[in-house]
Design a protein around this ligand. Structure first.
Ligand SMILES: [Zn+2]
Length: 424
């Protein structure tokens, strides 16, 4: 049973008791049609990973129209706008990614049917952009003065080979961010506070190569060396908590013309992940030790030539773990409970929040949608059949709003629940 500390509970209740917060929550509910309209408008501006410019331009205009300060696009293409606090709190980043996994020409329109919107990218993560705009409107409408600055960002290159690139650029350039909030889970009930780190490599094994019979015994075998390496990796035992995984996903050597040849080169590709940075590092060491051993064994068996190997990092996602009872995590738990959504503690995650967690920042990834049943949980993101449940979707924005207020603090009422910046 998850227990929320008295400190978090009492501050959360204090926040909920404020007239301005009550007004804000009511406004978000009433504003649902506008948020949905904006979501429909933005999804039509296609933004494949690495090609977010068109959407970024429109999004920046919306930031300006809502009165954010210093609206600009950074070197990574991220759209940034600031709503200043009193300076007595932490600098809080809240972001959603602008890119989608779909190439130009995929989105033909938005269909609305049976309480759902249908369009590729309608949820992931276009919805987050509409959520950010609604949050700004809410702050404007209520005139809430936060203690900390809030930095609103539409990030680029989150998906696929983008590898969280926009977020990496943004946090590399903005060392003053204290807290990071991401909006990128399908289902708002998921409490995501851990970040699954992972790496994908290509490793090549090299030898002389020659005739399968004529050269037998005179040279070592790159394909056999690769197989020895894979066999060793296959025998690894890794912890289930923190969840850790490994997978050799590609194995290749030789060609059809060379079915009677010792191939001079073999290639494997593999991915490994963990919710713990320590386990990830351990696994990395073990994998490369296994590869080195495999090459030495294959070399030693024949003694005529030396199998060498090299590696290429294909992609890497930073990770890390936070305390399940970190103040922000408890706050998110309280928020969901308040909204009548049963929180589901989710182990691990791979979103822009990873970059923040790996940096040691208090960070959360929150959900986009209210999904009380199987049909609305199954939004089919990354598929052209992606759908978004409209009914009750304002609750996801209310949740983001409450967490944002607890993170930033409200001037004259309460400090950031994280304690950061209170003495500024
Ligand atoms: Zn996403």
């Amino acid at each position: 049973m998850y227990q929320v500390s008295d400190h978090t509970r009492s501050q959360f209740e204090k926040m909920l008791g404020l007239a301005s917060v009550k007004e804000a929550l009511a406004f978000i509910e009433a504003n649902q049609p506008e948020a949905i309209e904006e979501q429909k408008e933005l999804v039509l501006i296609e933004a494949p990973t690495g090609h977010e410019e068109n959407r970024a331009k429109v999004f920046a205009e919306k930031f300006k129209a809502l009165g954010l300060e210093d609206v600009h696009t950074d070197r990574g293409g991220n759209v940034i706008g600031i709503r200043r606090g009193t300076g007595k709190g932490p600098k809080v980043l809240i972001e959603g990614h602008m890119d989608t996994v779909f190439p130009f020409g995929t989105v033909k329109g938005v269909e609305e049917k049976d309480g759902f919107l249908y369009a590729p990218g309608i949820g992931d993560d276009t919805r987050a952009l509409a959520m950010l705009l609604c949050l700004i409107r809410t702050l404007n409408k209520t005139g809430i003065q936060t203690a900390g600055d809030i930095v609103f960002v539409g990030t680029t290159r989150e998906e696929g080979m983008g590898g969280l690139g926009g977020m990496k650029d943004f946090l590399a350039d903005n060392d003053d961010i204290d807290i990071s909030l991401s909006l990128d889970n399908n289902d708002m009930s998921l409490l995501v506070f851990e970040a699954t780190g992972g790496e994908t490599y290509e490793v090549n094994f090299y030898g002389i190569g020659g005739h399968a019979f004529g050269c037998f015994g005179k040279m070592a075998q790159p394909v056999h060396a690769a197989a020895r390496a894979v066999a060793k990796i296959a025998d690894f035992v890794v912890p289930s908590d923190p969840k850790t995984s490994f997978c050799v996903s590609n194995f290749h050597g030789g060609n059809d013309a060379g079915v009677h040849a010792i191939a001079p080169k073999a290639t494997i590709k593999f991915n490994f992940r963990s919710n713990s940075q320590e386990e990830l590092a351990k696994l990395r060491t073990n994998i490369f030790n296994a590869i080195e051993e495999a090459c030495q064994e294959e070399t030693a068996k024949w003694g005529q030539d030396t199998i060498t190997w090299d590696k290429k990092l294909i992609s890497s996602v930073p990770g890390g773990t936070q305390d399940m009872h970190a103040p922000l995590v408890e706050t998110a738990y309280m928020g969901l409970s308040h909204l009548g959504v049963e929180p589901v503690i989710h182990r691990g995650g791979c979103t822009n929040a990873n970059v923040a967690v790996a940096k040691g920042l208090p960070a959360l990834c929150m959900g986009r949608a209210y999904a009380p049943d199987e049909n609305s949980k199954n939004i089919m993101n990354h598929s052209i059949h992606e759908k978004f449940p409209i009914t009750g979707s304002y609750k996801a924005i209310q949740q983001a709003f409450m967490v944002l207020m607890m993170a930033a603090g409200i001037d004259g009422e309460f400090d950031s629940i994280t304690g950061i910046g209170a003495e500024k």
